[in-house]
Design a protein around this ligand. Structure first.
Ligand SMILES: Cc1cc2nc3c(=O)[nH]c(=O)nc-3n(C[C@H](O)[C@H](O)[C@H](O)COP(=O)(O)OP(=O)(O)OC[C@H]3O[C@@H](n4cnc5c(N)ncnc54)[C@H](O)[C@@H]3O)c2cc1C
Length: 642
């Protein structure tokens, strides 16, 4: 039976991390090279962790399924990264960033973690500047900031609309330096398919070489999963097409608890779905809401062109409903408001599922050149996708799945419930509670990788004397490798009639309709009937080419099939989690639990906890464990952005 020990320190909040660091055991520099750490994933979290661990002296084996670490989904991050530098002298502080993050997450995150995140945010910016990340600067040379949702200060550092790319290039260069020195061994095109646990500790992984198809095992002293989020369970999302849940899902099935799986972020500003052929949605960065105004026609069914609708006939609904935060209301709130006006028949565009994001006022005030300088690449991207010129007509946007706050449960040291197995970045259940604030994912991923894990992993290694294991002969490795191979074999032997994508799309539709922006008891129960049926159909009718597995070479349908099979199980856990949490909080909106004004209504008396699910075997219901959340510094209140 699994136990949840968060190891969260107590005492004055601003001293907890320092005291904890002092209490952690150290590995002496000469001994570090005796330890091997596997880091799976080389996005911002994984690349920063691998580079830093290696710089400290550990032997690092890094893995990603891409051809290069630079292809990680992190590269897509557009808008920016938060840090409590207070460069704008506008009242920001570590405490304010902590408070905004806790409140933004609707009081469903651990105080100690979130405070630490706010503290190390300032180090991240220094680290990245030292690496040469070209953050935007003011005329005088100081780093520039802009605002993001859920905050009334400007604390977001950015590099045009390519912040993730520039940050990843910084982390990637540090990683490459270590690779060149022989301290990190990089394994691209390699997918983790399982985690190997020996004597209750994570001791290695089983992988598949995506080019040759060969399945193999690797042993280490600790394993770090930095494998990103699972938004693609919805099929359509803003995530990169390859993002998937396989690593964390297989770890869950080996004993790592999965926390708050239903906490999903729906981002308000994405390009609306345009047809059935689509396999991907495109984000329009939240930073655009600094200057863009969101509106719909006042009258339902008004199909006139936006320019023909007079000011008096428009509803700037975010400014109307949330005058203090206006267009920068947090994502969950802005998304629900957009859905609401569309449900009232006031949506725009061919499908009626869209609202305007209008820059006309900002262009009049600041000039087109300034807007182009701030958001040029985003405007170009919009124009290329929609064929409309957003300098001349308002953008059309609609909410879409974007980020998953749920993930593997980790303690304050970022260790999962399997000793020696860590989860960092979007792969863990994170510091964002039930709703992540914009520009805080990059902050958390880099905090984990550069500044938290490198300290905490030493504490585990210093205290753990693991006997060497040979993955070629050890029974645990042999058993897991055999299971992995058998599963791959089973997939190619089905020889069914339907494509992997058709099952994925069917699952995604169920998830979006029944476990998306609004969730109800009846809807979730229906989803829990439908998903097992889709899963059953998948395992009897999916078409995966090639009959032989080992040495079968490149087989992208087989890769996808394995990932979709995992989504088909994870989706069920998400619905189960959403069903049990009968309160609304953050992005989890249960229609039965809302205020008279239609806002999320929490139930702190019954749900002030992180829900950590334990796998209990195929066909058996998972076991729910609760980590109570203690609020000693902030008092949970009904969130208000009015
Ligand atoms: C369009 C978009 C824009 C965004 N903009 C912002 C922003 O402006 N600010 C912000 O803070 N956040 C933003 N986010 C969120 C943020 O980008 C992500 O949360 C963050 O980049 C995740 O980083 P990560 O390192 O955890 O994972 P990822 O970058 O997703 O990396 C995952 C890595 O794991 C590897 N991997 C996964 N599974 C396996 C496996 N089984 N075997 C081997 N390797 C595996 C992949 O190859 C990859 O290297 C945005 C998200 C999207 C979708």
């Amino acid at each position: 039976m699994l136990t949840l020990d968060a190891k969260a320190p107590t005492g004055p909040i601003d001293q907890r991390w320092d005291r904890h660091k002092f209490d952690l055991k150290l590995v002496n520099p000469a001994n570090k090279r005796k330890y091997t750490v596997i880091v799976v994933g080389t996005g911002l979290a994984g690349a920063s962790a691998a580079a830093t661990l290696s710089e400290l002296g550990y032997r690092v084996l890094a893995y990603c399924f891409h051809d290069s670490p630079r292809r990680a989904h992190s590269i897509a991050a557009q808008g920016g990264i938060n840090a409590a530098k207070n460069y704008q002298n506008d009242g920001d502080s570590v405490f304010r960033l902590f408070y905004d993050t806790i409140k933004g997450g609707d009081f469903r995150a651990r105080e100690s973690n979130v405070y630490r995140l706010a503290q190390v945010s300032v180090n991240i910016i220094d680290q990245c500047v030292a690496q040469g990340v070209p953050f935007a600067r003011e005329y005088g040379g100081l780093l520039a900031n802009r605002s993001f949702g859920g905050a009334q200060v400007s604390r977001t550092f950015y590099a045009r609309g390519q912040t993730g790319q520039q940050l990843l290039l910084g982390a990637y260069q540090s990683l490459e330096r270590q690779i060149a020195e022989g301290a990190v061994t990089m394994h691209p095109y390699t997918e983790l398919l399982d985690v190997v646990v020996v004597d209750g500790r994570a001791r290695g992984i089983v992988t598949r070489d995506l080019l040759t198809g060969a399945v193999g095992s690797v042993a280490a002293d600790a394993v770090v999963l930095a494998t990103g989020g699972y938004g693609n369970v919805f099929y359509l999302s803003t995530n990169a097409r390859g993002s998937n849940a396989t690593a964390i899902w297989r770890a869950y099935k080996r004993g790592a608890a999965f926390a708050n799986p239903c906490f999903t972020q729906i981002h308000p500003t994405c390009i609306p779905v345009s047809g059935d052929f689509q396999s991907k949605l495109t984000l329009m960065s939240e930073s655009l809401r600094n200057d863009g105004r969101v509106w719909v026609p006042l009258r339902a069914g008004d199909t006139r062109a936006p320019g023909a609708i007079a000011e008096s006939e428009r509803d700037y609904f975010l400014e109307r409903k949330y005058p203090s935060f206006g267009n920068l209301a947090p994502r969950d709130i802005a998304s629900r408001s957009a859905k609401e006006v569309c449900d009232e028949g006031r949506g725009v565009g061919p499908t009626g599922l869209g609202v305007y994001l209008d820059f006309a006022d900002a262009i009049r005030r600041l000039g087109e050149a300034t807007i182009r300088e701030r958001y040029g690449n985003l405007f170009d991207m919009y124009q290329r996708i929609t064929g409309e010129n957003p300098y001349a007509v308002p953008m059309r946007i609609y909410p879409a799945v974007h980020y998953t706050m749920g993930g593997l449960w980790v303690d304050y040291n970022l260790m999962t419930t399997i000793p020696g197995l860590y989860a960092i970045g979007e792969a863990n259940f994170s510091d964002h509670g039930a709703n992540r604030l914009g520009a805080s994912a990059l902050m958390q991923g880099l905090a984990d990788g550069y500044f938290v894990l490198p300290y905490t992993i030493g504490d585990y290694l210093a205290q753990t004397r693991s006997a060497p294991v040979d993955p070629e002969t050890h029974p645990a490795f042999r058993a897991v490798e055999a299971e992995v191979t058998a599963r791959l074999q089973r997939l190619v032997e089905i020889r069914g009639r339907r494509t992997v994508d058709s099952f994925h799309r069917e699952l995604g539709t169920v998830m979006w309709d029944l476990c998306g922006m609004a969730r109800s008891d009846a809807g979730l129960r229906l989803a829990l009937e439908r998903i097992p049926a889709i899963r059953e159909a998948f395992w009897s009718d999916v078409a995966v080419p090639t009959a032989a597995v080992a040495g079968s070479g490149l087989n992208q349908e087989l890769e996808k099939a394995g990932r979709v099979a995992d989504f088909l199980e994870l989706g069920e856990l998400m619905c189960r989690d959403a069903l049990h949490r009968t309160e609304s909080c953050g992005g989890h909106f249960r229609v039965e639990s809302q205020t008279p004004e239609g806002e999320a209504l929490r139930d702190d008396a019954h749900f002030s906890y992180a829900a950590a699910w334990e796998y209990a075997g195929d066909g058996a219901p998972p076991v729910l464990h609760r980590e109570p959340l203690q609020f000693e510094v902030v008092t949970p209140s009904q969130r208000s952005y009015k």
